[in-house]
Ligand binder design. Structure first.
Ligand SMILES: Cc1cc2nc3c(=O)[nH]c(=O)nc-3n(C[C@H](O)[C@H](O)[C@H](O)COP(=O)(O)O)c2cc1C
Length: 380
């Protein structure tokens, strides 16, 4: 998730311009073709982007509203959930979902059952926030990171925006334990009936804090050259793959993306990383980048598997634009965020060429059913 330093809220979101598309999609449209990513079967190429909505119970358990929200969006090729903490200290914001306790697991079972009953496929995004957190959100604990330097700016808390808490740099011998937390959370998710997990290594959270040369100031085997900065993410991916099978593990990356106080000049780390992920045989790589960013082709060259693209906040995820991405083979599938918030039946609307509801940014983060489960669906 993206937070501005000043307010802890998302950057000024450009209004999403959803050109009304009157032409129905032909049934042979590339967007509507099924695709298999490892063990994940997607009925189409329009996947739900991971979206933090801050409406889980205070203990991180997905609740009735979460079940309804994901059920409504099960028509996505794959439903990727909100970023969900794999450990208590990995929580970044109030009311995010977790995959930590038995209660959390039971909540995910209800979500998985609902999505499966609609014929959908469910992947839980595992998001360890690292230093993008506040002690008040994690019961007085100190956030952990690749560094002891706090992120600039503020983060949303139950007390309103506050400065990010100073993290402590994880000791080298603690890293296997953090990798094991990801693996345990993945085991829980799969036991709950979820189809797969996505490792959130993007947008400035813990795994990105290791990759980014402007944040990672370590002097051990996990800092310095690209090979070292990639090491922790590879180890997390390996531990998670060993726990649940590589074919149920995807990963999200956002090269050079400055969200959450990331500075990153040396993006060669992504080629180093993705080549090793290819050896592990993960289910998919989910890239946040504009379609014409040279990094997309570079990573395509070292990644033989399914590539999923999200074009980020600056580019509208409009039907015809994302359709071209898939038709041109830039990526095998796309994820769509804000249009899916406002249009639970987005795939049906895009297929028919129907008009779209506009998302309301004031209800993105926190609250109840309003702006979450009450966007109208097409009749019939
Ligand atoms: C409300 C909101 C919450 C988000 N939460 C997450 C998240 O938990 N994990 C993540 O990887 N990206 C998150 N993102 C980024 C989206 O996945 C996506 O990259 C972004 O919305 C741009 O795609 P769009 O133009 O289709 O909305 C969030 C975006 C929004 C608007």
């Amino acid at each position: 998730m993206i937070r501005t330093p000043r307010t802890g809220r998302p950057p000024a979101l450009r209004p999403v311009q959803h050109h009304v598309t009157h032409q129905p999609l032909p049934s042979d449209s590339p967007l509507l073709q099924p695709v298999t990513a490892g063990a994940l079967r997607a009925a189409n190429r329009v996947w739900l982007a991971p979206l933090t909505r801050n409406r889980a119970d205070a203990d991180g358990t997905p609740n009735d509203l979460s079940v309804e929200y994901y059920r409504q969006r099960a028509g996505a090729g794959v439903v990727i959930t909100e970023g969900s903490q794999p450990s208590a200290v990995g929580q970044g914001y109030p009311n995010t979902a977790g995959v930590v306790t038995d209660a959390n697991e039971a909540g995910w079972t209800r979500v998985a059952d609902a999505v499966h009953a609609e014929g959908g496929t469910l992947v839980v995004q595992l998001m360890h926030a690292g230093r993008i957190s506040h002690t008040g959100t994690i019961d007085g604990a100190t956030p952990v990171s690749s560094t002891a330097t706090p992120a600039q700016g503020e983060i949303f808390t139950t007390e309103g925006p506050q400065a990010h808490s100073a993290p402590r740099a994880l000791a080298t011998d603690e890293l296997p334990g953090v990798a094991a937390e990801f693996a345990d959370a993945a085991r829980r998710a799969i036991r709950a009936g979820v189809d797969g997990v996505e490792l959130h290594a993007a947008n400035g959270y813990l795994l990105h804090q290791f990759l980014a040369d402007g944040v990672n100031d370590r002097t051990d085997a996990y800092g310095g050259p690209a090979e070292n900065r990639a090491r922790f993410v590879v180890e997390v991916a390996k531990a998670t793959a060993d726990a649940v099978g590589a074919d149920r593990v995807g990963i999200r990356l956002s090269p050079a993306n400055p969200y959450n106080d990331i500075t990153e000049d040396d993006v060669s780390v992504y080629e180093t990383l993705v080549a090793q992920l290819a050896d592990l045989g993960l289910a998919y790589v989910h890239l946040l980048a504009e379609a014409d960013d040279p990094i997309v082709g570079k990573l395509r060259a070292v990644w033989p598997g399914v590539l999923v693209l999200n074009t980020g906040f600056a580019v509208d995820s409009d039907r015809d634009a994302v359709g071209r991405i898939v038709a041109d083979g830039v990526a095998d599938a796309v994820t769509v965020g804000r249009p899916f918030i406002a249009n639970p039946d987005l795939v049906t609307r895009w297929t028919r060429g129907s008009e779209l509801n506009e998302p309301d940014p004031s209800t993105f983060y926190g609250g109840g059913a309003e702006g979450y489960t009450d966007y109208p669906r097409l009749a019939g």
